[in-house]
Write a protein that binds this ligand. Structure first.
Ligand code: SF4
Length: 709
């Protein structure tokens, strides 16, 4: 609580990766007044429409308030926590004893708090003995993670939000920040207004973001690497690269440049491949070459691709070549989608990671084993999200625990995901809501989890800033924090000593200690300064950026200012991108490319934002955007209806005819689905191809057809 004003609680918005600070004043009747926290250094009091409407989403309607267990007659019935947790542990133990630890899996969420994520990973990777733990963050930023590791030797976001205030050129690639990171976009627009910064937007659609750009490059889907390969060649040809920086701090420049020249031999070829006007390409290249203070932000349009990692590296290449990294107002910048995708990464939330940004090298496995005193340490990577559900479909995984996410809607080829869920011998779902599509596939055990406003812990935003989420409402019914639920299950599985946590602060301390354990500075993630934080200080902890090593004062929060990277030789890697191509190209039967994304006022599958009448008024129903020429050709009328079909599924959507949409492309938002009064589940239509390095699905390019209905 704020001093002298006890009813006001500082917390953090539960939606996007901007991570805005929020002030909540509970009204004593289950509601609260919401405003932006003027003292939070990531938003300085600003909130977007979603954050401002949080007060409309706090009701208990539709909440899951008690544990429930499926009965022999197939119906769910209320039970007590002890019975439900016994069933969780008995079910997991039976399957592990019969089939081994790889027959069980957890599917987590960027909505979880870092402490929830930490303890779930500890249980699975250290005590059950499998790395079958993945998360919906796989769909959000795993290509950035893989790209960072290739270039920097670690999953390190180099920059900070202040760079967006100091840049003279901001390039947004595959990012509708005006809708998806609105408060950050306001900051970019303030720089544009007040300092004259230039904004370049690269996107297949003329989004709200693109409409504010000084230069909009409407790129053909999937061709980003060609544009940035051409930029690297242009920088070399015009001698605007920093040879000194390249020689001192990087390797593999020549090989990458040679590949880039072959992918993008001249402007005419780049224009042909990307579909961008040649003069605009030259304008972009001149702007980038001539503006040292340049930040390139990238988001889902880059990440959600079967070549997402290559796209990330093609962008990073251009910053390494110019030495524009680790300095004020410059650098590559991954905009994280979810509120705690970054925090999940910090504790090993992905199937190919261990906690504190460690991997599965024998050294890291051994270090984590010793720190946890782990009896059954996973020694190899587990299944990434899409592959995890494939393994369920093949019958290899028999038990799944889903926490705070709705894979039956959000994963690609969602129909197949539902088939997989129905095959499970044991489906455990920790949820806020009584009904969602995942629950409806036949969950065996439902565990009521605390929601935003009721739970306490930490989250990390896109600029590596760790902030507190704080409870300001009582736990309703019998709902419990996710970390508590996992710890209780772990105790019943016989691991009580290692999961004897009383509070989220206990878990945070252990997480901080692990980040510093045998870390001589060779690993990027280190918050060892917080390993001994007492509970009172945890309660009042103010937002801070990592790294914060023990014994060191807070200092420069940008990484790589010295030109030292986390590779064995300390040098960054240039990467030669593969030839860009969509995994599935449009053909005669499916002649359109279906792009998916978000709308301004909804979040994910709408379990929270769908409760707000204010937010529903923006775009109240599912739709597909079509270019006017395509609409004419296919006899579609604005505000009529059309069936969109892919090889994976089909649904009927309201038609929005707009020349913001590219010819040959369709765009449909992801939010609506079966249990929110719509039959439009876009996940059912999306192809399941994934990036071979990151495992991130190609959610923005599925061949599709459209017919008037
Ligand atoms: Fe919440 Fe993101 Fe909006 Fe900030 S910009 S209020 S974090 S949704």
């Amino acid at each position: 609580a704020l001093s002298n004003d006890p009813p006001v609680v500082r917390t953090t918005c539960p939606y996007c990766g901007v991570g805005c600070g929020v002030l909540a004043s509970p009204d004593g009747q289950g509601g609260a007044m919401i405003s932006g926290d003027p003292d939070h250094p990531s938003n300085f009091g600003r909130l977007c429409s979603k954050g401002s409407a949080l007060d409309e989403t706090l009701g208990l309607d539709k909440r899951l308030l008690y544990p429930m267990v499926r009965q022999p007659n197939g119906k769910m019935a209320r039970t007590d926590w002890s019975t439900a947790l016994d069933k969780v542990s008995d079910g997991l133990r039976t399957i592990i004893a019969r089939e081994g630890p790889d027959a069980v899996a957890f599917y987590l969420s960027g909505q979880l708090l870092t402490e929830d994520y930490y303890i779930a990973n500890k249980l699975m990777k250290g005590f059950i003995g499998t790395a079958n733990v993945d998360t919906n963050s796989r769909l959000c930023m795993s290509s950035s993670v893989a790209g960072h590791k290739r270039a920097f030797g670690a999953d390190t976001v180099p920059g900070v939000y202040a760079d967006l205030d100091q840049a003279d050129l901001i390039v947004l690639v595959g990012s509708n920040a005006a809708w998806c990171h609105p408060v950050l976009f306001q900051r970019i627009m303030a720089n544009k207004r007040e300092r004259g910064a230039k904004l370049v937007v690269i996107d297949p659609r003329r989004t709200m973001t693109a409409q504010e750009a000084d230069l909009f490059l409407p790129i053909a889907p999937g061709m980003d690497s060609v544009l940035f390969a051409g930029l690297l060649a242009y920088l070399a040809d015009t001698h605007t690269i920093d040879f000194g920086y390249i020689a001192a701090h990087t390797v593999d420049f020549e090989a990458a440049l040679e590949r880039c020249r072959s992918l993008a031999p001249d402007i005419a070829q780049i224009s042909k491949t990307t579909g961008i006007d040649a003069a605009d390409i030259i304008r972009f290249y001149e702007l980038f070459a001539g503006t040292p203070n340049a930040v390139t932000c990238y988001s889902q349009g880059v990440n959600q691709s079967a070549q997402g990692t290559d796209k990330v590296n093609a962008i990073i290449n251009c910053h390494l070549a110019t030495g524009r990294i680790g300095k004020a107002g410059m650098g590559p910048f991954s905009l994280t989608g979810q509120p705690n995708a970054m925090g999940g990464r910090e504790v090993g939330g992905l199937a190919n990671q261990l906690a504190a940004h460690m991997g599965f090298s024998p050294l890291d496995v051994d270090r984590v084993r010793r720190f946890w005193n782990a009896p059954r340490m996973a020694e190899r990577e587990g299944h990434k999200a899409v592959q995890m559900f494939d393994a369920i479909n093949r019958g290899e995984i028999k038990a799944l625990w889903v926490m705070a996410t709705n894979p039956a809607v959000s994963l690609p080829n969602a129909g197949l995901v539902r088939d997989a869920l129905r095959k499970l011998e044991l489906l455990i779902v920790s949820e806020n809501v009584l009904v969602n599509d995942t629950v409806m596939t036949g969950a065996h055990i439902l565990l009521p989890a605390a929601a935003w406003g009721e739970k306490s812990g930490t989250v990390t935003n896109s600029e590596r800033r760790i902030s507190r989420q704080r409870a300001f409402l009582p736990l309703p019914g019998e709902a419990k924090p996710d970390w508590w639920i996992i710890a209780q299950a772990a105790k019943r599985l016989g691991y009580g000593k290692a999961f004897n946590y009383e509070t989220a602060a206990d878990i945070f301390r252990e997480h901080a200690a692990l980040s510093a354990y045998e870390n001589d500075g060779s690993r990027d993630f280190d918050i060892g300064a917080y390993a001994d934080i007492d509970s009172a200080d945890f309660d009042t902890m103010t937002p801070f950026q990592w790294p914060r090593a023990a014994g060191r004062a807070p200092g420069e929060t940008r990484f790589f200012a010295s030109g030292d990277f986390f590779t064995a030789d300390g040098k960054a890697r240039f990467v030669a991108p593969e030839t860009p191509a969509l995994h599935f190209a449009a053909d005669a039967e499916f002649s359109f490319t279906l792009n998916t994304g978000r709308v301004r006022d909804q979040w994910h599958t709408m379990t929270r934002t769908g409760l707000s009448p204010r937010l529903a008024s923006h775009l109240p129903e599912p739709f597909v955007e079509v270019h006017p020429d395509d609409a004419r050709e296919h006899h579609l009328v604005d505000h009529g209806f059309a069936r969109v079909t892919t090889r994976y599924g089909s649904c009927v959507l309201k038609v929005h005819v707009t020349d913001n949409q590219r010819r040959g492309s369709l765009f449909a938002p992801i939010h609506w689905h079966g249990t929110n009064a719509s039959s439009a589940c876009i996940g059912e239509l999306v192809n399941p191809a994934t990036d071979p390095l990151s495992g991130q699905p190609e959610s923005k390019a599925t061949p599709a057809s459209i017919q008037r209905v």
